[in-house]
Design a protein. Structure first.
Length: 358
């Protein structure tokens, strides 16, 4: 698989590692800051590799390397959609970091155009590949929970001034959004996916309490209503002192209860089902070692996307997943903006509609 990386910031090392692990041929990397490219490659001993071209302009890269089959978009969030659409138009399959876009119009266009052009686009929600998450999803698809009652996601992390000073686009409405959009969207994706995806109404409240130098929220809570009648809650913040505490997903059904905890939904803390089965003891107490909050799912996501390209199928985490996670966050934002519940589907709203909120 001939591969290129666009954006060599904080998350790029996970993308390079996943490409290397899957045996991809890294054709080119791109970043508007030249030094970031070699810094990212150096973490994998590739800084001196003459076969990897360097570009400041991804359009030039695409023009000079039509052989590229797959590209990652790992720039600042506000540029994801435009680059993804350019990749689609060039016939290049894409893995797009979260959030996939900053507006519903752009997200819907990525979904529409990728289907129209037959280009594989995957939203980079790599936590769907966590062993704890996959075990839970399997149980859900087997009907072991029975009728779902409710669920919740708690993302209780810490981000201080130093984190935001590293990249001035963070915490802005034009390029990022707040903690719900940046830190919590992976958990929100898992919650909506597990609860059935049929989100019907959102009630949200956000605040900017301890990060007065940002435009966007540093804490948000919401109630989600699904068409099935099930409900769920969201709590996300970067205000936890003194360090990251947890990213925890709860699912409650008539015949099953699961709690996935750890720093980034990678440990099974509770695994109780009415129909005890072989393997349940192995699930209880499952612990996955991770070196950071990004987890270990990138390599599996890259492998699945490569297989989807070869097999002509949809990836495990399709573009629509990125669209739905974005819609959930934007619905919370709109509810905060209007003071009213928001019915879905959501149209005609983006982070720029939140300018001046705080």
């Amino acid at each position: 698989m001939k591969y290129a990386l666009i954006g060599c910031g904080r998350i790029s090392t996970n993308h390079i590692a996943a490409a290397v692990r899957n045996g991809f041929e890294i054709v080119a990397v791109c970043d508007v800051v030249p030094g970031k490219m070699d810094a990212a490659l150096a973490k994998h001993g590739l800084e001196g590799d003459p076969s990897i071209a360097r570009y400041a302009d991804y359009r030039e890269m695409l023009a000079e390397h039509p052989e590229i089959e797959l590209a990652s978009v790992a720039t600042e969030s506000g540029k994801h959609a435009a680059i993804a659409l350019d990749l689609i138009d060039a016939g290049v399959n894409a893995i797009v970091e979260k959030p996939m876009a900053m507006s519903m119009a752009d997200a819907d266009e990525i979904v529409r155009r990728s289907a129209e052009r037959g280009v594989v686009v995957s939203a980079c929600h790599q936590n769907r590949f966590n062993p704890a998450v996959r075990r839970t999803r399997e149980a859900l698809e087997q009907g072991r929970f029975g009728r779902l009652s409710h669920g919740s996601i708690h993302v209780r992390w810490n981000r201080g001034r130093g984190y935001y000073d590293q990249a001035p686009w963070r915490g802005t409405w034009a390029e990022d959004g707040g903690c719900l959009m940046n830190q919590c969207i992976h958990g929100i994706d898992l919650l909506r996916w597990m609860m059935g995806g049929d989100l019907a109404r959102v009630h949200g409240v956000t605040r900017q309490r301890l990060h007065g130098y940002l435009e966007a929220e540093d804490v948000g809570v919401a109630v989600l209503e699904f068409a099935s009648g099930a409900v769920a809650t969201v709590e996300g913040t970067v205000n936890v002192y003194p360090k990251n505490l947890e990213e925890t997903l709860y699912l409650f059904g008539e015949t099953g209860t699961v709690k996935i905890g750890g720093t980034s939904t990678n440990d099974i803390d509770v695994w109780d089902f009415a129909d005890e089965r072989p393997g349940d003891e192995g699930a209880r107490g499952l612990r996955e070692a991770t070196s950071n909050v990004y987890g270990n799912g990138h390599a599996a996501l890259f492998a699945d996307v490569a297989a989807a390209i070869r097999e002509g199928r949809e990836p495990y985490v399709p573009a629509r997943a990125g669209r739905d996670a974005l819609e959930t966050v934007l619905a919370i934002y709109r509810s905060q903006r209007t003071g009213l519940p928001v019915d879905l589907p959501l149209e005609g709203f983006g982070t720029l509609d939140m300018e001046g909120e705080f």
